[in-house]
Ligand binder design. Structure first.
Ligand SMILES: Nc1ncnc2c1ncn2[C@@H]1O[C@H](COP(=O)(O)OP(=O)(O)OP(=O)(O)O)[C@@H](O)[C@H]1O
Length: 263
């Protein structure tokens, strides 16, 4: 079956002074695929994600999203086209309610202008109602409905991580980039996260690019994995094979991975 991949990153490169943080890296994420982006600390994962979502401009390479070249598009346009991301350091508004965080995320991403709101008042109201409905549905999906009106600060870290995921889903992205979603979660919450990410893919039909240090999460979720080391792609393939690849093992051991990751 040949379908246009959701994302094709072609030969992306990004330098910071003398450091080549991402060096000629290509990857693709197919429809409804979960692709892992892994590598030791400082290998270039966050930079790669920032190049994909448009937070950082690339020094070279191209980015094709849903068949269109978006290399020169700013991050808010990429979001409007259907790209969402979650952050390892959660970017929630702690004093706002859980529901308000979702609504705000939608408005920021879709950027309906003041002009639109005034001129097309009826459609703006309709959109507001349908976004509110979707927010409630998503919160129910994450078992967070009862907290909809509570400030985010009143939730546990595990629940806040779920709000972060719901916030990304509110605009129905085609591609969801998850940056270390398991960071700081207890083992039972990691199990729950794995189940929810599987369901996100299956029920919403979205594609996922997953940056993660926890190898259990990577093995349980990813169809394919791309491994970076010092900005260069050193391996790719199915998780079971990649984690046994001597080049990958060497890269992780050299970085002190054994102390950090539980294989
Ligand atoms: N804004 C920046 N200015 C200068 N150097 C940077 C900047 N961002 C990243 N780097 C450098 O680029 C390289 C790749 O960093 P990056 O944060 O992308 O790695 P990473 O794989 O995400 O690491 P981690 O797993 O620790 O989050 C590192 O050498 C880092 O020091």
């Amino acid at each position: 079956m040949t379908s246009v991949p959701v994302l094709e990153a072609k030969n992306l490169t990004r330098r910071f002074g003398g450091v080549v943080a991402v060096n000629d890296v290509s990857l693709r994420v197919g429809r409804s695929e979960i692709v892992g982006l892994i590598g030791p600390n400082g290998s270039g994962k966050s930079t790669m994600v920032n190049l994909i979502t448009g937070e950082l401009p690339a020094d070279g390479g191209r980015l094709i999203f849903d068949g269109a070249d978006i290399s020169s598009q700013p991050s808010y346009r990429r979001a409007r086209l259907g790209m969402a991301r979650s952050f390892q350091m959660l970017r929630l508004f702690l004093s706002l309610s859980v529901e308000e965080n979702l609504l705000l995320a939608h408005h920021i991403r879709m950027k309906s202008s003041m002009f639109d709101t005034i001129i097309a008042r009826r459609s703006a109201v309709e959109e507001e109602n349908s976004v509110r409905k979707r927010a409630r549905e998503l919160l129910a999906w994450f078992d967070l409905e009862e907290f909809a009106d509570n400030p985010v600060s009143a939730l546990s870290i595990g629940q806040q991580r779920m709000v972060e995921l719901a916030r990304g889903l509110i605009s129905e992205p085609k591609l969801f980039v998850l940056d270390e979603p398991a960071a700081g979660l207890s083992p039972p919450n990691v199990d729950r996260l794995i189940t929810l990410i599987h369901r996100m893919r299956d029920e919403f039909g979205m594609s996922i690019l997953l940056v993660e240090h926890d190898m259990r999460v990577v093995r349980d979720l990813c169809d394919h994995v791309v491994v970076l080391d010092s900005g260069v792609m050193i391996a790719k393939g199915i998780p079971e094979m990649v984690v046994k690849d001597p080049v990958v093992v060497e890269a992780y051991i050299g970085s002190g991975w054994k102390r950090r990751a539980k294989a």
